[in-house]
Design a protein around this ligand. Structure first.
Ligand code: CP
Length: 330
């Protein structure tokens, strides 16, 4: 067990080794048990986390803020537009200054081509850990919560479990690509056979795909890509986990109008009861939320017995507390 994660950043999913992720999961399950029993666990008394948001959030803000309070510390919610960033505070200045005020700096910055670079520049200048609350490339805390949820539903030995990570149609906006990218990087390390399905225009970043394939080779798991106009149906057959969500055609365009025109060709990529009937009887349906209800997924599936979306949302709290306790402790 690797236990010394003090002062480490978590920006990309592979920043922590598999053994370190196992430590995070052990701590997360313990913290979940402690909270269920009402056992206090103030591992971060008097510590303060900066939460710098460049994009809206429900779950991420709520779970980081509640998590810091439950650990005996405090989280400061800072919206970028209320700061002087637009007037010239650079990434280096933010890292230097916030690193001196705060015991950790959590950042959400999902702007395509900008977010991940921003986090890395702040981290380079900060003396305290930088935690990625979602960037344009990765959503590592969502992925840790998802991994925890899959373990709760399918057991800790996940070898030969088939997980389908599928694109789904949404009409609201071009959603970030970070959730599927984090999943294909992390899940092979825990033995799962991943099938990635998307229409041809919705490819993931080539460097992420190369790393995902490398992880699958290293951990001897299956990794299949189905990239055609009807791939969702073929992918889901006999799945243990159906993780279907939308993302934008960002490798082609991040223009909302052009992206929507491309997306609108694939309105039939919806998770409904017919699709779920192709998976195993006890398959779970996963989505990080927010979902476009009855567009991305039917309410029947999302509110149905196979859906674990609220457990996923809850596990954000426990997984994040584990990482904060391990990285921000004295
Ligand atoms: N899943 C997730 O990150 O939710 P929010 O965007 O509401 O934080």
């Amino acid at each position: 067990m690797q236990t010394d994660l003090r002062n480490r950043d978590l920006i990309g999913d592979l920043d922590f080794s598999k053994e370190e992720v196992e430590t995070v999961l052990d701590v997360a399950f313990d913290l979940k048990r402690k909270r269920a029993l009402g056992e206090l666990h103030p591992y971060l008394r008097d510590k303060v986390l900066a939460m710098l948001f460049f994009f809206s959030s429900t779950r991420t803000r709520g779970s980081f803020e509640a998590g810091m309070a439950q650990l005996g510390g405090h989280a400061a919610f800072i919206e970028s537009k209320t700061t002087q960033i637009a007037h010239g505070d650079t990434e280096t200045e933010m890292g230097e200054i916030f690193g001196r005020y705060f015991d950790g700096i959590a950042i959400r910055h999902v702007t395509w081509g900008t977010g991940n670079r921003y986090l890395n520049l702040v981290a380079k200048a900060s003396r305290t850990p930088v935690l990625n609350m979602q960037c344009d490339i990765y959503h590592p805390f969502q992925c840790l919560a998802d991994l925890m949820t899959i373990m709760e539903k399918k057991g800790r030995d996940l070898r030969r479990r088939k997980v389908v990570v599928s694109w789904a149609y949404a009409s609201s906006y071009l959603k970030p690509i970070s959730v599927p990218q984090s999943l294909v990087l992390q899940l092979p390390r825990f033995g799962m056979d991943v099938v990635l399905a998307h229409p041809p225009e919705f490819k993931l970043m080539p460097e992420i795909m190369a790393q995902a394939e490398e992880q699958a080779r290293k951990y001897k798991t299956g990794f299949e890509v189905i990239s055609d106009a009807d791939g969702m149906t073929a992918a889901v057959k006999d799945a243990d986990v159906v993780y279907a969500k939308s993302w934008g055609p960002l490798l082609i365009t991040d223009d909302q109008t052009e992206g929507k025109r491309i997306q609108d060709q694939y309105k039939h990529w919806i998770t409904d009861a017919r699709l779920m009937s192709l998976a195993k009887d006890d398959a779970v349906y996963m989505h990080p939320l927010p979902a476009d209800r009855d567009i991305e997924v039917t309410s029947e599936v999302m509110d149905g017995p196979n859906s674990v979306v609220f457990d996923q949302a809850e596990n954000r709290l426990h997984a994040q507390k584990a990482v904060m306790a391990l990285t921000m402790r004295s």
